[in-house]
Design a protein around this ligand. Structure first.
Ligand code: ADP
Ligand code: MG
Length: 370
């Protein structure tokens, strides 16, 4: 997958940006606060995912601007596609089209343009909170299995409704028997999500273990596994609408007193985690800073490789300020493993990709290409 053209105007500080990137490595160069991340973010938004820096829709538009426009042309293995996006000041509505056909929400673009984004924050994935790791699994698995997004949304809605019912029960406004209808559906969706996550992590783990060997040598065995709060072992299990659903349902029923006391649903896929170990020891507790970084790099690289294998499309790699954070060996590893993919790197100076002359340099200053 290659981005052929990106035009951005009025998105944050970006002003009449018009680039035709190289199909290989692109280096977005500029001093601090010039708009490098904004440019990466505007590309990322066209994947249909939420902003990786948590920007809300109302902050898309430049302070002095009336609208933000992003136009992106890319080619996948089948055809060239065009995404157009316009957000206007004072209205929540956006004008989005894919090949001229209106799309109601940004999130509906998901599954078209495939990118893997890597930021300095990702370097802390093994140490950070479990929700960061769950997001990693859910996003990466969704890229391969589009219907998974639907299941995740459904679960989120069901969980919110169950939690609100639990509060009503606690306050004597509702009856326990009302829970059954939610629990049946939660069990069904939760069992399915558990299976998809577990299957995804098992496959990803095969890529990750191999990549870690390549990066760190044979003495360090890196492994990842899905830690379910409901199931002890999901190996080889796919019967999400059979026994797995029943087990999930039973756990919800057993926990009901605890849940009512806590005021929320205490067990379920929203409490699960991704465990990473090196030679059997959890990276979260025992990993050195270097090992934590290697783990992060290997996870992202594995995600990109698996995505390529499964979809037949090489994702576009977006590295925001992350390569300059890494030592030369890890930098080289990341770049070698992105070979053949289109890459965008932001940095304050050229050292991030010094050895490579074929790099296309894009200079940005004050939100403009210079
Ligand atoms: N809505 C906005 N309108 C105009 N400028 C904005 C908006 N949001 C952020 N900015 C500006 O964008 C700049 C930061 O851009 P960023 O892409 O993060 O820089 P960097 O080049 O360091 O990655 C800051 O100068 C900030 O004031
Ligand atoms: Mg930045």
């Amino acid at each position: 997958m290659k981005i052929e053209k990106v035009s951005v105007d009025g998105y944050k500080n970006l002003d009449s940006v018009d680039i035709s990137p190289s199909p290989d490595v692109n280096l977005i160069l500029g001093k601090n606060a010039q708009g490098k991340t904004n440019l990466i973010e505007s590309i990322w938004l066209m994947t249909g995912c939420r902003s990786f820096r948590g920007t809300r829709d109302k902050d898309f538009i430049g302070f002095e601007r009336e609208k933000a426009v992003i136009d992106l042309l890319y080619t996948d293995s089948v055809r060239t596609q065009e995404i157009s996006f316009t957000a206007m000041k004072g209205t929540k509505e956006k004008k989005i089209t894919l090949n001229g056909v209106p799309v109601p929400l940004l999130s509906r673009l998901f599954g078209n343009l495939l990118c893997v984004c890597f930021t300095p924050e990702d370097l802390f994935i093994s140490k950070g909170s479990p929700d960061k790791r769950r997001s990693f699994i859910d996003l990466s698995a969704s890229q391969i299995k589009r219907s998974f997004v639907w299941a995740l949304n459904k679960y989120e809605n069901l969980l919110a409704q169950r939690n609100s019912l639990i509060k009503d029960i606690y306050n004597g406004l509702s009856d326990r028997s009302m829970l059954e209808i939610w629990d049946t559906q939660l069990a069904q969706t939760g069992a399915y999500i558990s299976v998809v996550r577990d299957t995804y992590i098992r496959s990803l783990g095969r890529y990750a273990t191999k990549l870690y060997y390549e990066l760190a040598g044979e003495r360090e065995r890196f492994e990842i596994s899905y830690r379910s709060s409901i199931y002890k072992d999901l190996e080889g299990r796919t019967d999400h609408s059979g026994e797995l659903k029943d087990i999930y349902y039973s756990r919800l029923s057993e926990n009901i007193n605890d849940d009512i006391r806590a005021g929320f649903t205490t067990a379920g896929i929203h409490r699960d985690d991704l465990e990473m170990t090196i030679n059997g020891l959890p990276v979260r507790e025992f990993g050195s800073q270097g090992q934590q970084r290697s783990a992060a790099i290997v996870l992202k690289t594995a995600q990109a490789q698996m995505l390529s294998e499964d979809t037949g499309e090489k994702p576009v790699m977006l590295f925001d300020d992350v390569l300059s954070e890494l030592d030369p060996e890890r930098q080289a590893f990341v770049l070698e493993n992105s070979h053949g993919m289109q890459v965008f790197i932001t940095a304050c100076d050229k050292s991030a990709v010094e050895k490579d002359n074929s790099v296309n340099v894009i200079n940005i200053s004050g939100g403009k290409i210079v």
